[in-house]
Design a protein around this ligand. Structure first.
Ligand SMILES: Cc1cc2nc3c(=O)[nH]c(=O)nc-3n(C[C@H](O)[C@H](O)[C@H](O)COP(=O)(O)O)c2cc1C
Length: 171
């Protein structure tokens, strides 16, 4: 099995956020995809260890923010490598509330979802969400792809990302 084939799958780079009242949570996720058209449904895969995972379970809803290529890489660092258990990720960013969830202003598009099904995938839970609302906030921007993140920004994927590649496999 040549596991490098898995690295040929294409993704985007998103922020998945949620809220339980005033308690916000959010992390970077590449694993967002549209599953059906009518009704529109989106799936995301979140690691059991992520604070955002537990927050989505509790809230029963999540928002997906589409990041543009010109986003500050430090935002991806803050949301993708640190945990909301240790820092307040929303303290220094601008956001707007959509369906009770914080959507970072840097998003070029956003989608809010109500969780309609979950599937336990071992290390991760797959959340299937029915789209509640969505909008495009910047027409001039390009959505960041996973390939752009890796090749242009030279970003890595941490252990909790479903696409994590152990260093020995990258040799
Ligand atoms: C490019 C990138 C993609 C990621 N994709 C996912 C993902 O799809 N699912 C996931 O659970 N974590 C993913 N992560 C890891 C989480 O963002 C990371 O574990 C984060 O620190 C969790 O924060 P939290 O504990 O506040 O939820 C990704 C990280 C990066 C940098």
């Amino acid at each position: 099995m040549n596991r490098k084939a898995l690295q040929k799958l294409s993704y985007g780079v998103y922020l998945v956020t949620t809220a339980n009242g005033n308690q916000f949570a959010g992390c970077v996720a590449n694993s967002a995809m549209q599953i059906t058209s009518a009704p529109a449904q989106i799936a995301v895969s979140l690691n059991h260890d992520n604070a955002t995972h537990d927050a989505v379970v509790q809230a029963g809803k999540f928002a997906v923010a589409v990041l543009p290529t010109d986003v500050e890489p430090s935002l991806i660092g803050g949301f993708g490598y640190r945990s909301g258990r240790d820092i307040n990720k929303f303290a220094e960013i601008l956001y707007q509330m959509q369906d009770g969830m914080p959507v970072p202003r840097v998003a070029m598009a956003w989608i809010t979802c109500e969780v309609v099904q979950t599937m336990d995938a071992g290390t991760h839970t797959i959340f299937l969400g029915k789209v509640l609302d969505c909008d495009v906030t910047r027409e001039d921007a390009f959505p960041m792809t996973y390939q752009y993140y890796h090749t242009v920004i030279k970003g890595q994927s941490p252990k909790n990302a479903p696409t994590y590649v152990p260093p020995e496999e990258n040799a």
